[in-house]
Design a protein around this ligand. Structure first.
Ligand code: MLT
Length: 311
């Protein structure tokens, strides 16, 4: 609970937080923006705060997103500063991008696009060249294929539901759901007993776990050796969940057919079997508004009333 009462709270935003979402709030009891002096709270999206000297005046930090790995949560809690995040507020946006990733990989869309962009000549020449080469980009369909989902929080569950609707078989594993009775998913989602069992069963694998010491390089050389030959791996959580060197080795050996991830990477950039995106999972108008509204509500509720939710 803030130790003093004041009428106007000052919230410093460290990077783009949906202005459309923030406009929903009446501004009579707080100021918000990128040029706020002596702020009471910091509002951040993906900006890395790990090495930041957090001002003494700060009473709370809001993260417009689910992951808090860009915030020094432990150091903040030692200072009694709560960190609020917004689990679920952007889950649909991430789910939709995962589905795009599934289609992208299943239909070889990125190599096909890269190929078409190299073609030169008039339209007839382009058609002839494309017809000659298109066999190279022939893909697979999703119904009947198995999607393995590692991590069954809000995003993993939405992905499971969507994949079932596409006619896929779904197998799930979550290190936090150890007892059968806690498995509250549809009975159509099969519970894998271990991550190895999930990897052995899956044609496509998607990871949706937070980045923690225990999940860093969760997908590594050993786990890749358990995958089916030609598996397609998707990572829309955090890049360090997957060991990139192991992925490159897996692609060379044929274990992995392609890797789709929502992060830029020097090692993986321009690899013909890899798609790298600029961390777009939560970048939709709707998700940005949802996150902004949820996190500002939490900050204001804390600053005004001392209530702590979602830390
Ligand atoms: C999240 O953790 O929810 C995402 O990283 C959010 C974002 O892209 O800002």
């Amino acid at each position: 609970m803030p130790e003093y009462q004041q009428t106007v709270f000052k919230i410093l935003t460290l990077n783009h937080i949906a202005s459309a979402g923030l406009e929903c709030f009446p501004r009579d009891n707080y100021q918000i923006g990128e040029n706020i002096a002596q702020p009471d709270a910091i509002l951040v999206r993906s900006h890395n705060m790990l090495n930041m000297d957090v001002p003494r005046t700060i009473l709370a930090i809001g993260r417009a997103g689910a992951g808090t790995n860009n915030i020094p949560v432990k150091a903040m809690s030692e200072r009694g500063i709560p960190v609020f995040n917004t689990p679920g507020a952007n889950a649909n946006a991430v789910k939709e991008l995962v589905l795009a990733g599934l289609f992208l990989a299943a239909r070889n869309l990125l190599p096909a696009l890269r190929y078409v962009e190299t073609l030169q000549g008039d339209d007839d020449t382009l058609h002839t060249l494309a017809e000659r080469e298109k066999k190279r980009f022939s893909g697979i369909e999703l119904p009947g294929r198995t999607l393995g989902i590692v991590g069954l929080g809000e995003i993993g569950r939405l992905v499971a539901d969507a994949a079932l609707k596409l006619g896929m078989k779904v197998v799930g594993y979550d290190p936090n759901i150890t007892v059968e009775s806690a498995w509250s998913l549809s009975s159509e989602v099969k519970k894998a007993q271990s991550i190895e069992a999930l990897l052995r069963a899956s044609d496509f694998i998607t990871v949706h776990v937070p980045l923690l010491d225990a999940t860093r390089h969760l997908i590594n050389e050993k786990s890749i050796s358990n995958m089916k030959r030609g598996a397609i791996l998707l990572n829309f959580s955090r890049n360090a969940i997957v060991d990139e060197e192991a992925v490159l080795a897996g692609i060379s050996s044929g274990k992995i057919k392609s890797y789709v991830c929502d992060f830029p990477s020097r090692k993986l950039q321009r690899h013909e079997s890899v798609v790298t995106l600029p961390h777009l999972g939560a970048s939709t108008l709707e998700a940005e508004q949802n996150c902004a509204v949820m996190v500002v509500n939490q900050l204001v509720d804390f600053l005004q009333n001392g209530n702590i939710t979602n830390t």
